[in-house]
Each structure stands twice: as structure tokens, then as C-alpha cells.
Design a protein around this ligand. Sequence first.
Ligand code: MG
Length: 253
Amino acid sequence: MNSIDPTSSPTPTTASRRSFLRCGVATSLLAWTGFAAHGAAKEPAVVTPGATFSHGALPPADAVVLFDGKDLSAWQTNDGKPPAWKIENGYAEVRAGGITTKESFGDIQLHLEWASPSVVVGKDQGRGNSGVYFQGRYEIQVLDSYENPTYPDGQAGSFYGNAAPLVNASRKPGEWQTYDIVFHAPKLGADGAVIPGSFTVIHNGVLVQDHVPIKGNATTAAPAKGVVPTGPLHLQDHGNPVRYRNIWLRKLN
Ligand code: MG
């Protein structure tokens, strides 16, 4: 038996052909302009995480500690100045621009903890938005995605504009959340073609990105573009007072 039964599909109407053509043209334009096509993926199911996972995880012996709750001396603003983020009670709170590590990295294992504001302001992408940009260009989204609908490839745990999380493992506003992320950078082959890298992301102990390919296209609002061997980590200021604590990584190459 044929796997495709011609009798099961209605003959395309002129209208549906036109619709298909419009979608095709739109998709081509999106690809050409570099804008991600949001909204195609279905809403990830909610999985309530356990009460704790890697909260307060101590850095292993070979880790690079980027923020231990005391100072942001490993970081700088985009124009090379000391960050103006508020530091208190072991966390740093977003303000006055994104911050970037002074050191650059290739493949890494990253641990960090974040909390969206406990007082909910805004909705959709305007609620608890920040982000972790690997090599300053590939964003794992930070967003208050607790009962806050948005396009799936823009919610917490998404590879922004590229891949929705497998599930929504968000905690409530103001609660500390953990990201444990393995990042392999895309590379340029000898022929100049991109050899994809990958993201594996665990959000609050729940796998949300499972070895998802990174094909070298920087995400929207990325401060840097292009495929590079090493690049800095960047934390986004999207106008919301998101908090971070306990940030460390291990170099994998
Ligand atoms: Mg963001």
C-alpha cells in the first residue's frame, strides 16, 4: 500500500494554492532577512519542577567562577566599563545595560540561577525578560513563563527564535530557577561551511533542549554576529529587573 493515499487529501483549491504560495514567499523573506518565524511550534506542556535541583551548586575544582554573589569583576558593559547592576544579598539585578564577560569561551558547561521579578509587571515578552547569550550571539531565553503565554520559541528555556523548550518547567515569579547548560559552538569547516554546534539545557532539573543544533545564525538582539572559535558570555538587559546568582562554567575544550 502506498504511504500516501491520494484519496485522503482533498484536491488543493486555488485559494489554498495561493495561501501556500504566500506562506512560501513569506518564509523565504523571513529566511532572507534573518528574522525568525515565531509561532509555528505548539505550546510546550507545563511540567512543575521539583522544589530544588542545582540551587546553590558549588563550583567544581576546574570551574571559572563568573559571579559568586559579591562582585561583577569578571564582567563589563558593552563599552568596557564596570557594570552598574545592583548587587545585594548574593545576587545581581539587571539595570543600565547588558553585561559581558571579559574572558571569551568556546565549548562550555554553564550553571547559573535567575529569578524574574516577584511583582509581576507586563506580559508576554515584556515580563521578566533577560537572556544568556553564548559567545554573545546564541540566546537561551530568560523570561517569566509562569502562566504567561508567548510564542513558544521565545519562552523561558527556548533557544530564542530557533527552538521552543520541550516543556515549560518554569517556577513562579520571584522564585529562584536553575539553568544547567552544555554549549558546543558551531564552527567553520575548511570549506567555509558551518559545522553545527549544539545546546543541551536543563531548566530546574528538567531537560528542555536536547542536543539542539546551533547552525551559526545569531539570535535577535544579539550583540555579536558570525561564527567564531571563542566569544564572551552576555547577560541581556531587556528592561526588566531580573536577578542572577551563582554563575560558573567549565571549559570543555
Ligand atoms: Mg531575552
